[in-house]
Write a protein that binds this ligand. Structure first.
Ligand SMILES: Nc1nc2c(ncn2[C@@H]2O[C@H](COP(=O)(O)OP(=O)(O)OP(=O)(O)O)[C@@H](O)[C@H]2O)c(=O)[nH]1
Ligand SMILES: [Mg+2]
Length: 348
């Protein structure tokens, strides 16, 4: 799963990238090459599990973040195609909006979306021709493909993003094959100033309104402060947060929003060596979840022994969970629940 930070130029994408990746990668400011790094997903449940099953190591779930160069607000820059090519490769979009300089946030969001829609329309036009020709052989698949492309073309011509459509699984697979950018899930980040941490400025409110209109979520972050916090040692971090009146780094809030928008859920593995969080697509089966740890565990899957982390918080130990009959043994068809703590049994 790859998340692309997108937006207009100078809105704080690279600053947010540094906060998300805790300055682990040397960034190239203003380069046309994206910065790529790994962001840990802060998760209060992970720490809570470790209270009852103390491990040597605590390992959060991660997501790959790509800091994509910004689009010029004048549009039409020669670099636009290069930027769009990077946006095409990511799975989900995090659009950063400058809310600290009194800009018109709604129009900045619309401008970025318009670029994606326009570029998708060019792809759809080409696809339409090709799909029409392919139906001449009377192939049923080609007909289905054409129906999807026609619907996409119609939406884009009406300046609507592809994600607004109702697509079933087969249609979604067709969409994916074209890599339409406006079909990718999107989350807005209102990058606010230090004096507007709870997002009361008109710009921050406009981002929130745009998110509800688009049926998605927005979060309010001061990328500059988050970037400074991410540079501190863990001990100094809580002191800084406290002094600023923040209860948890906004990166945590962003991580939950990402999970929601990207349709991810989390499961945990817990032992003396490590307690670890894993991100999987919501609705993944037990063998699929096992596969996110190692393909061998999926291949040789026997069963999953699991319980819910809420049971651990209530009963305070695995022994008590067993005694209360809350330890379940699940087979191949089990659909993972968000918050499951799992031990996979496998044989290869
Ligand atoms: N006051 C304030 N300044 C910020 C904030 N976030 C970023 N900036 C400043 O805005 C400038 C641009 O930030 P970048 O993170 O490089 O922006 P970008 O979106 O990566 O820019 P491009 O890659 O050129 O599109 C820098 O001088 C940052 O210090 C913020 O939350 N508050
Ligand atoms: Mg940048």
């Amino acid at each position: 799963m790859e998340c692309g930070l997108i937006g207009l130029q100078g809105v704080g994408k690279t600053t947010l990238f540094q906060a998300l990746t805790a300055h682990a990668v040397p960034v190239q400011v203003g380069s046309m090459k994206p910065n790529v790094g790994i962001a840990a997903m802060p998760d209060p449940r992970l720490e809570q599990i470790a209270e009852f099953i103390p491990p040597e190591k605590l390992i959060p779930a991660t997501v790959q973040v790509v800091d994509i160069p910004g689009v010029a607000s004048g549009g039409g820059a020669s670099s636009l195609n290069q930027i769009l090519a990077h946006i095409r490769t990511v799975d989900a979009l995090v659009q950063v909006v400058n809310c600290w300089e009194g800009r018109d946030a709604a129009s900045d969001i619309a401008l970025m979306e318009a670029e994606l829609i326009l570029a998708d329309l060019v792809v759809a036009e080409g696809a339409l021709d090709k799909a029409r020709r392919a139906t001449r052989s009377g192939d049923a698949d080609a007909k289905k493909r054409l129906a999807v492309v026609e619907k996409v073309y119609e939406m884009l011509s009406d300046e609507r993003p592809v994600r607004d459509g109702d697509w079933d699984a087969a249609e979604a697979a067709v969409l994916k094959s074209y890599g339409f950018m406006s079909a990718k899930p999107v989350l807005y980040v209102a990058n606010v100033g230090e004096d507007d941490l709870d997002g009361a400025s008109p710009a921050a409110e406009a981002v929130q309104a745009a998110a509800s209109a688009a049926g998605t979520t927005s979060v309010c972050v001061c990328a500059e402060i988050e970037s400074e916090i991410a540079e501190l040692e863990a001990a100094d971090r809580s002191e800084m947060l406290e002094s600023m009146g923040i209860d948890r780094p906004a990166i945590g809030v962003l991580a939950s929003a990402m999970n929601e928008v990207l349709g991810l859920s989390t499961f945990y593995t817990a032992g003396e060596k490590e307690v670890r969080a894993w991100s999987i697509p919501r609705g993944a089966s037990a063998p699929e979840a096992a596969g996110s740890i190692h393909s061998d565990i999926q291949r040789g899957f026997i069963r999953a022994e699991c319980y819910h982390c809420d049971d651990l918080f209530e009963l305070k130990g695995e022994k008590a969970i067993k005694e209360a009959g809350k330890l379940r043994s699940e087979g191949k068809a089990y659909c993972m629940q968000d918050g499951d703590v799992v031990h996979f049994l496998f044989n290869v």
